[in-house]
Design a protein around this ligand. Sequence first.
Ligand code: ATP
Length: 288
Amino acid sequence: MQTTVPKGAPVPQTFGEALRAGPTTRVDEIDTRGTPGFDGDKAAAAELMPELADVVSELQERLYAESKGGGQRSVLLVIQGMDTSGKGGIMRHVVGAMDPQGVALTSFKVPSDEERRHPFLWRIRRALPRPGEIGVFDRSHYEDVLVVRVHDLVPRSQWSRRYGQIATFERGLVESGTTVVKVMLHISKDEQRARLAERLARPDKHWKYNPGDIDEREHWDEYMEAYQSVLERTSTESAPWYVVPADRKWYARLAVMQLLKEHLEAMDPRWPAADFDVEVEQERLEHT
Ligand code: ATP
């Protein structure tokens, strides 16, 4: 199990280490109520979140500032998960904690007629973050090997080639300065039932309910197989997947914020040096 550290093994130091999908990761063996990398409870996470948000916000500002000084780096956060897995909560609570000026959020829906006329990565390339930005994908090019595979929307020969195309595409992104952080929000089938039941029971949640979610739910096992293939074929050295147990919403939000923090810290963006003489400008200001 991903969440149990075997006796004698080093305790994971970071969320990245605790959540990263490796060759032995099995989606059906992960405890979706687990809290890998975190010993605290909901209250402890609530206390931690504002501090974390401050750290991430400052790092984001530095990344943005770096690009104004000619820096080319950016971040791409990809969020995938089954219906009700909490993608919306991540957008509100994690992405929403950052300065909107530096964030480029795109939600990928059923492709439009125009999008369908192009290769599947066409709409993805158009939504990539610019230097200094944190791009966020709410669903992504992975739909093209998830919903498309489960429903045979294109022939198998076509979707099966996409894993390699995606890996090559992402390697190119990383080589050109984009740090790619891919998150699978992993809920259990029972948790999805509970969340759908809540949406049905509460008039203020009816707007979130989509009868089509039940049809998709009937394909749960096929979706899990499709996610398994995604992890096996596209969790690469340069752009690994992180599987975030998401039955506890507070943990999923904390984990995604931590993953952002850890990746931004590793990038260590720097404030650009002034391209003017500070003392001269101070002097000039004095005389105004
Ligand atoms: P979400 O659950 O992400 O908040 P939503 O239910 O509010 O989304 P929808 O209008 O249902 O919004 O858009 C998402 C739908 O688009 C999903 O059912 C998803 O599978 C589908 N979709 C996304 N990308 C593709 C794709 N490349 N091919 C086919 N369907 C896709």
